[in-house]
Design a protein around this ligand. Structure first.
Ligand code: BDR
Ligand code: CA
Length: 315
């Protein structure tokens, strides 16, 4: 069974990824060993509360260890206009009952990597600061992780700039450390996540069930859809983080190419860009990750909707 550690900046689409993974765990498809939080969509204090709260809503007792608030070298640039002041679409949920773990995120990452050496899948849906901090403390972490599935980066596009994706752009130095670490990686970037979205008409199954749980999900989905419309012109939720979660369970949801990928740190137009070398020969370095280029969007959207509906119908 897949043994999973999540690193998240919960966040609306992170929250949907947690709902999806929780359902998979209830069906015996994986075991979530822990979750670590980082500053990204909002400050780490809030992403930690949100993660604790989502696990509570799902009635799961999964430890949450808080990590870095700020990127390695620069201040945090949160995105409350996209995710809400509370990171969950201004739903302002009551505080979680459970406290965060006493260990830090880096400590949890290192501890689980030792306890489950060679078995641990890590899913990151956030800036890579915590993984980089753990690697700086112990570079041999790279050899103990079975696989890291990362939501971030892009081959041909960007979101926070023409060429950079938010999770990488928020901490490019951390991303570079992780990309160069030797960890076995799969990059789920914007090239595939932009294909996987819901518009209002796709929400019909949620709308049909009128209870508190569906109201919460509709609130957060509609909040981010409206924000995305003001930024891009399309009223939709792009299912970035849930897709990366889906790939942990079903790698064949995406078609990948093994490539050398590095991160631009300096360009005034290109800082945070993932530079993907698609030449036949790769003089920059050895291919260091699988890069997703195609996705079976319909299959995943159906899976995700089904797992949300199970939770709603239990409510
Ligand atoms: C990524 O950035 C965050 O805003 C989302 O939660 C997702 O992880 C998309 O670029
Ligand atoms: Ca995220």
């Amino acid at each position: 069974m897949i043994k999973l550690l999540l690193d998240v900046d919960t966040g609306i689409d992170d929250a949907l990824a947690l709902f999806y993974l929780a359902q998979a765990q209830k069906q015996g498809q994986l075991e979530i060993l822990g979750s670590t939080t980082v500053g990204g969509n909002v400050e780490v204090a809030q992403t930690t509360l949100n993660t604790l709260k989502i696990w509570e809503m799902l009635e799961l007792d999964i430890p949450v260890a808080a990590g870095a608030n700020n990127p390695l070298l620069v201040p945090l640039s949160p995105a409350p206009f996209v995710h809400g002041d509370d990171g969950l679409g201004n739903s302002f949920l009551s505080p979680p009952k459970k406290m965060r773990a006493e260990e830090s995120a880096a400590e949890m990452i290192l501890r689980l990597s030792r306890q489950y050496s060679g078995e641990l899948t890590v899913l990151t849906t956030a800036p890579l600061t915590n993984i980089a901090v753990a690697l700086l403390q112990d570079p041999s972490l790279a050899q103990r992780i079975k696989k890291l599935v990362l939501m971030g980066g892009a081959v041909f596009t960007g979101n926070v700039s023409a060429v950079a994706e938010a999770n990488i752009a928020n901490d490019p130095e951390a991303a570079r450390i992780v990309f160069r670490s030797g960890i076995e990686m799969t990059m789920i970037g914007l090239d595939v996540t932009h294909e996987v979205y819901w518009e209002e008409r796709d929400l019909e199954p949620l709308i049909k069930i009128d209870n508190q749980r569906s109201a919460f999900l509709l609130q957060i989905i509609r909040f981010i859809s409206a924000a995305y419309e003001s930024l891009s012109g399309w009223r939709r939720i792009v299912l970035h983080d849930p897709l990366a979660a889906g790939v942990c369970l079903f790698p064949d949801l995406v078609k990948t190419e093994k490539r050398y990928v590095d991160v631009e740190l300096n360009g005034d137009l290109t800082r945070g860009m993932t530079v993907v070398d698609r030449r036949g020969r790769t003089p920059l370095g050895e291919e260091n990750m699988e890069v997703a280029l195609e996705v079976d969007a319909e299959r995943f959207k159906t899976q995700l909707m089904q797992s949300l509906l199970v939770w709603i119908q239990e409510g």
